[in-house]
Design a protein around this ligand. Structure first.
Ligand SMILES: [Zn+2]
Ligand SMILES: [Zn+2]
Length: 168
């Protein structure tokens, strides 16, 4: 049963690969033919216009451009794996580089956000609910008297009333 499934899947994959190969070949052919027709039509139009005649191969341009579009799309579909692999390879170092640069900043921001949401006890260093007045771990008072403005403020790096550092 499993073996049959595997065989079926392998067969499907093979078929898929074959379809994609056909897509690539047909896509390239149509795109090249379309490009050729478009160029012929364009050249004919320009030369006819400069000679003051009606372009006779103008249809080449009209037929060539949609063919170029369709061929290009088929190519994109057929080469999607290659393209995405290329894009991935190209963008991974960029992401890594950016990540390395912004990781400390994100880490600091995450720590700040975490500390902002938590009410760290000045006595035991454990977090409490933001609205708590006393530490649930040691019973100590969570607010401190600011050395600058004398306000009773929540303990932290700085006084949230006047901005003075609280532990210096
Ligand atoms: Zn405590
Ligand atoms: Zn203060």
């Amino acid at each position: 049963m499993d073996e049959q499934n595997q065989k079926q899947r392998a067969e499907l994959k093979k078929q898929h690969e074959r379809t994609k190969r056909t897509l690539k070949i047909v896509g390239v052919l149509i795109a090249v033919a379309g490009l050729g027709l478009a160029v012929i039509g364009l050249v004919d139009m320009v030369s006819s216009a400069s000679a003051g005649e009606m372009p006779s191969l103008f249809w080449g341009l009209i037929a060539g451009i949609p063919m170029l579009g369709v061929g290009g799309m088929l190519c994109l579909t057929g080469f999607r794996k290659e393209i995405s692999r290329y894009l991935k390879n190209e963008s991974v170092p960029v992401i890594n580089e950016t990540g390395r640069e912004i990781a400390p900043a994100i880490g600091a921001m995450a720590t700040a956000a975490k500390n902002a949401g938590e009410n760290i006890c000045p006595h035991c260093g454990k977090p409490n609910d933001e609205e708590a007045k006393f530490c649930r771990h040691c019973g100590g008072e969570l607010s401190v008297i600011c050395p600058n403005c004398g306000e009773k403020v929540k303990d932290g790096e700085f006084c949230d009333k006047c901005g003075t550092p609280l532990h210096r």
